[in-house]
Design a protein around this ligand. Structure first.
Ligand code: NAP
Length: 494
């Protein structure tokens, strides 16, 4: 039986990064005529548009970090460089005709629900009414500036990795990279050999998972063009998928065999990869592997040894006009300080003010921590859905796969609305509370809570992430439990 759907419903998708592009494509493919895509910046791409630092790449295999419906035979290597990924998103945007629905330079200030309608206002003065809002605003987009005494007094250049000016001179300069997350490690790998002196300031050294990055030859790319099954063979490579499963099992069971395998690999990498015992100890973390997001790097240990990179583990005392003074009294003279100090990861759609039914605000809902039922829905926020929102899976795997599964779930919720079965849908307060309690308890037992600081932790110290297996995530996303949802047949007064 063909279900009649209301194709005139009005959709606003907020954010033209990976998730917002996905939602827009899927909505247009389904035939909805009123889809508006709002983006604060001047083009698409999200994190790949914002991050332009030297050495940026994606440590997830390129063919797995690709939409399932838009394979790309052109990736230059197993792990794609950031600019290529940005080009991919620009290309997909063109191919699927999204520029006609996209409005750039439109940062959303507020979303307000009243009488069954969402009103979305932007800082640039747009005001749009919508029946459905998709919040695809990303996670890591509010750079965290460190509070380091004297930073303003530095006579050289200070740059955050996510606010990179590509004209910054690098060759022959004395450069300090602060931060040893994925960004800091990629920066150091790229700058070693170019800088006259390179210091890597590591408040917490990181465990490094070796990850070869092999370029694809033109012959291989030609083969991918002719036979997409070859691309699928990489995307669905059993060994890669087994590693992802092993990793996600290890995260939720810190004492499992899976986690011990991960620990063994990263420990062996350090023991065998770093020859000098003094340097090796400087690079040794004092917390468990995968407590912070694991660094996957093809060359970090090799690079810091070949190029005599200064690994500085003494704390930063202050910044002076000439450089960074560490707690051992040494002044590290520098021309450029790159802050690879991460992001405020609990913001999500904020600072936009989002107000649901009865005037409830997202800030109130998130007073203790950012959350959403199954990372998708909030009570009293009817027809308002997150993609890659709070409590979703994060880690060393493809967030495109996460978003596609989430979209499959949202589509099933939307079917109830667009078929006219109900006008509005959102999780019930009771189901939200049960989810949040169970999630919080489970999160306390994950490796992320095993005794380190990281952006995975909320301000209450509890990991903000999906705390169960990836298999469970896939199952939950495959079929919503509609008993947990409130479906309103007629529009309620605000
Ligand atoms: P991050 O993982 O949050 O790391 C921030 C680093 O800055 C940490 O080493 C932190 O030290 C240090 N730091 C912060 N404040 C400091 C201060 N006041 N003094 C000294 N050090 C300070 O940030 P990120 O490296 O930008 O990565 C964020 C996330 O982006 C990653 O986890 C990943 O999800 C994503 N990412 C992915 C890729 C990829 O290839 N897929 C690449 C880059 C980024 P502590 O550890 O001691 O706090």
């Amino acid at each position: 039986m063909t279900v009649q759907r209301n194709l005139d419903l009005r959709f606003v998708v907020i954010g033209a990064g990976m998730s917002g592009i996905l939602a827009s494509i899927r909505l247009r493919e389904a035939g909805y005529r009123n889809v508006v895509l709002l983006e604060k910046a001047d083009t698409v791409g999200g994190t790949w548009r914002e991050n332009r630092y030297p050495g940026l790449n994606c440590d997830v295999p390129a063919h797995a970090y690709t939409y399932s419906f838009a394979p790309n035979a052109e990736w230059s290597s197993y792990l794609a460089p950031g600019p290529e990924i940005q080009d991919y998103f620009e290309d997909v945007t063109d191919r699927f005709g999204l520029r006609e629905i996209a409005h750039f330079g439109q940062e959303v200030d507020s979303c307000t629900y009243q009488g069954g309608v969402w009103t979305i206002m932007t800082g640039a003065g747009m005001s749009i009414e919508a029946d459905v809002v998709i919040a695809a605003t990303g996670v890591l987009h509010h750079p965290r500036m460190p509070e380091i005494e004297g930073l303003d007094s530095f006579a050289g250049t200070v740059a955050h990795s996510a606010r990179w000016d590509e004209s910054t001179p690098l060759d022959g300069r004395r450069i300090g990279v602060v931060g040893s997350g994925s960004t800091g490690v990629q920066l150091v790998s790229a700058l070693a050999g170019r800088a006259a002196r390179l210091g890597h300031f590591q408040r917490s050294p990181q465990w490094i998972m070796p990850m070869p990055n092999i370029p694809y030859t033109e012959e291989q790319r030609e083969a991918f063009r002719r036979d997409p099954a070859l691309i699928d063979a990489i995307r669905y490579d059993p060994e890669y998928l087994a590693n992802v499963l092993r990793f996600t099992e290890g995260i939720i069971k810190p004492d499992s065999e899976e986690m011990h395998i991960i620990e063994t690999i990263v420990r062996d990498n350090l023991e065998q990869g770093v020859a000098d015992p003094v340097l090796r100890e400087r690079l040794r973390p004092n917390y468990r592997a995968a407590c912070k997001r694991l660094i996957f790097s093809p060359d970090y240990y090799q690079v810091v040894q070949q190029h005599d990179v200064d690994i500085v583990v003494e704390g930063i005392e202050r910044v002076e006009p000439a450089g960074i003074r560490t707690s051992d009294g040494i002044l590290h003279e520098l021309d450029l300080i790159i802050l690879a100090t991460g992001f405020h990861a609990d913001r999500f759609i904020r600072p936009a003010v989002v107000t649901g039914r009865g005037g409830v605000s997202i800030d109130e809902m998130w007073r203790d921590h950012a959350t959403a039922y199954n990372a998708i829905s909030l009570p009293n926020f009817p027809n308002f859905f997150f993609l890659n929102g709070p409590t979703g899976p994060v880690g060393n795997f493809s967030l495109i796969d996460v978003a596609e599964r989430q979209w499959g779930y949202i589509e099933q919720l939307l079917d109830r609305v667009t078929s006219g079965e109900c006008a509005e849908i959102c999780v019930t307060p009771d189901a939200m509370a049960r989810y949040d309690e169970a999630r919080t308890e489970a999160a306390k037992g994950t490796i992320f809570a095993s005794g380190c600081s990281s952006w995975y932790l909320g301000k209450d110290g509890v990991p903000m992430t999906w705390p169960w297996s990836y298999g469970r995530f896939a199952e939950v996303m495959a079929k919503p439990d509609f008993a947990d949802f409130e479906m309103v047949a007629a529009k309620l007064p605000a």
